[in-house]
Design a protein around this ligand. Structure first.
Ligand code: ZN
Length: 283
């Protein structure tokens, strides 16, 4: 399942082929994904210039010159592929259509952006750009973890009096947008906070340390995704999935990487999700 760094990598891969370009044709090959597509979606995309490609949480937002914004959500298994770009960002040809190519967007340059989603948990929607923040999927989101509104004072206020484990609090999209299981595990390890600790019971300096820890794990993953883009251009044009090494995630039973720590990484299921942590380093 793509997390925020993967989605940001997709956005960065799509930007050079979509921004400033006119959509000459949009193929919409089924009526819905997770939800029905908006009415006349193909018509509303055709002939429109993409002004900019933004990201909010795990959503990609394409602002169009019609005053509408296209929202794209990759869901569990959504993939974006770019092909046939004569500008040279992606060198491979258009592939044969695949079974789950649900939406194909043809740009004026000749490039094609294909959305393929076998499990169909993804989504696309159109809304007025001016009120995009009030879209039902976006209105409920807390601040961006890499934005200025996410800071020590904000997080301390959000955690105050909270009896839920800090792990659950950080996965709460209303507290901070776009954080998923992997990067919460990694950030808590970096901040040396146990995922089991109650959010309201963490001392202020430790809450403050969590902010740079979160930013750091995300920044590093986004950097890894950025360097992966070159390979994707040369391979099959699929964006956003890249190899990245984690300190705790997926490392149950492996030695803790903190210098001098002899413990092994533990796994514990919290609200149905695996938490990976070092019970010595993280308190
Ligand atoms: Zn340790």
């Amino acid at each position: 399942m793509p997390e925020l760094p993967e989605v940001e990598t997709v956005r960065r891969g799509l930007a050079p082929v979509m921004e400033g370009q006119v959509i000459v044709k949009a193929e919409v090959n089924r009526p819905d994904l997770r939800w029905p597509f908006p009415e006349r979606m193909a018509e509303r995309l055709t002939g429109r210039r993409v002004l900019q490609l933004r990201r909010r949480s795990k959503y990609i937002l394409a602002d169009l010159d019609s005053g509408e914004t296209l929202l794209i959500h990759l869901g569990m298994s959504g993939r974006m592929t770019v092909s046939g770009d004569p500008l040279g960002h992606f060198v491979h040809d258009h592939p044969a259509p695949e079974k789950h190519d649900h939406v194909v967007i043809h740009m004026e340059s000749g490039a094609r952006v294909t959305f393929n989603d076998p499990r169909r948990f993804g989504a696309m929607d159109l809304m007025p750009t001016a009120t995009a923040d009030r879209h039902k999927l976006l209105a409920v989101l807390g601040p961006e973890p890499l934005g200025n509104d996410f800071n020590a004072a904000y997080l301390a206020a959000a955690f105050r009096g909270k009896n839920t484990p800090v792990k659950a609090a950080l996965l709460d999209q209303g507290i901070v947008a776009g954080l998923g299981n992997i990067y919460v595990c990694e950030a808590l390890f970096r901040a040396r906070i146990s995922p089991l600790r109650k959010a309201g019971r963490i001392a202020a300096p430790r809450v403050a340390a969590l902010v740079p820890a979160i930013r750091d794990v995300l920044d590093r993953a986004i950097a890894a995704g950025g360097s992966s883009l070159k390979d994707f251009r040369q391979a099959d044009g699929e964006l956003g999935y890249f190899q990245h090494s984690f300190d705790v995630y997926g490392r149950e039973g492996a030695p803790c990487r903190t210098p001098g720590c002899t413990a092994t990484i533990r796994r514990k299921v919290q609200s149905g999700r695996s938490s990976f942590y070092c019970s010595v380093c993280q308190r």
